[in-house]
Design a protein around this ligand. Structure first.
Ligand code: SAM
Length: 288
């Protein structure tokens, strides 16, 4: 049963509980049930899934996920919202509410504990309408924690989604594009205009599903070197690759130029024109 609310009802629920919408915590709640359905269907939630929801707010998405999932663990940082969630989600036995900061939560522990108690749970999926102010740190934490998760379906500011899905050579292409594309393949689920939320944010949003790759797209000798050179290459976007990489591992300009030319990569190209495969070739050469 859906428990979505319109704008008026959400404002009423918040004021009855003396809770304001915290701008700092990115509290823009969904009012459009169609979008809620798109997220849950887009994530492909089934009974065999343990879904971890980031930032349930007042639970509009949570209740719809609970319709289909085996278990939902909803992690909400704002303690003001916990009593509201207990009311809006009352009677849903497959929902656990956790008052915590997702950036500090031991997600692996959550997953293992849930599996111990519910052997029927076969997959882990992560879903969230993310607070815009920490979208990138949350995505990177999820990807770097090596979670046994199948996918991460998340709503984010449209411009961030454009960065994640950008191709080499495009303006939106950056270090975060390469990091996410290294760990995942990406599907766009739906574009969401600002008027689907209360309060209305200043930006439009996009829902992406990041499917965690079972095999990485490139073979690396040392992941750290790969991410370090990407960081260096995008550190100063207007500089050439030669200038950005000179000094890395104490390489002189001449040695850097020779190394890049030897790999068939023009040293005066800019970092934003290189593909993930080209970064892998440079990283593997430097890791030798
Ligand atoms: N899921 C709800 C919806 O779609 O209507 C609310 C989404 S709202 C954009 C983001 C939610 O994330 C807010 O409820 C906010 O309090 C919560 N939040 C912000 N920072 C968080 C963090 N570090 N950890 C967990 N939740 C957080």
């Amino acid at each position: 049963m859906s428990r979505s609310f319109n704008e008026k009802q959400i404002k009423q629920i918040m004021s009855m509980n003396n809770a304001g919408f915290s701008k700092k915590l990115g509290q823009n709640f969904l009012t459009d049930f169609g979008v809620i359905e798109d997220i849950v269907f887009g994530a492909g939630v089934t009974e065999a899934d343990h879904v971890i929801e980031i930032g349930p707010g007042i639970g509009v998405l949570t209740s719809e996920i609970a319709e289909y999932a085996g278990l939902v663990t909803a992690v909400e940082i704002d303690k003001k919202l916990i009593p509201i969630l207990k009311q809006t989600l009352v009677g849903l036995e497959n929902v656990e509410i956790l008052n915590d900061d997702i950036l500090k939560t031991d997600i692996n522990k959550l997953i293992n504990e849930a599996k111990g108690k519910n052997p029927g749970l076969k997959n882990v999926k992560i879903i969230g309408n993310l607070p815009y102010y920490i979208t990138t740190p949350i995505i990177m934490k999820l990807l770097e924690s090596n979670l046994p998760a199948e996918s991460i379906t998340i709503m984010m500011q449209k411009e961030v989604a454009d960065r994640l899905t950008a191709e080499a050579g495009k303006k939106a292409y950056g270090a975060i594009t390469l990091a996410v594309q290294y760990y995942c393949t990406i599907e766009t689920i739906v574009q969401v205009p600002a008027d689907c939320f209360v309060p209305k944010p200043k930006v439009d949003s996009t829902v992406l599903r990041l499917d965690i790759r079972k095999e990485k797209p490139v073979d690396l000798v040392d992941e750290t070197v790969f991410f370090e050179i990407i960081k260096a290459a995008f550190g100063q976007r207007r500089k050439t690759l030669l200038n950005c990489l000179t000094g890395y591992k104490e390489l002189s300009k001449e040695a850097t130029s020779e190394l890049l030319s030897g790999l068939g990569i023009d040293p005066v190209r800019r970092g934003e024109t290189l593909t993930i495969e080209e970064y892998a070739v440079i990283a593997n050469e430097l890791a030798k």
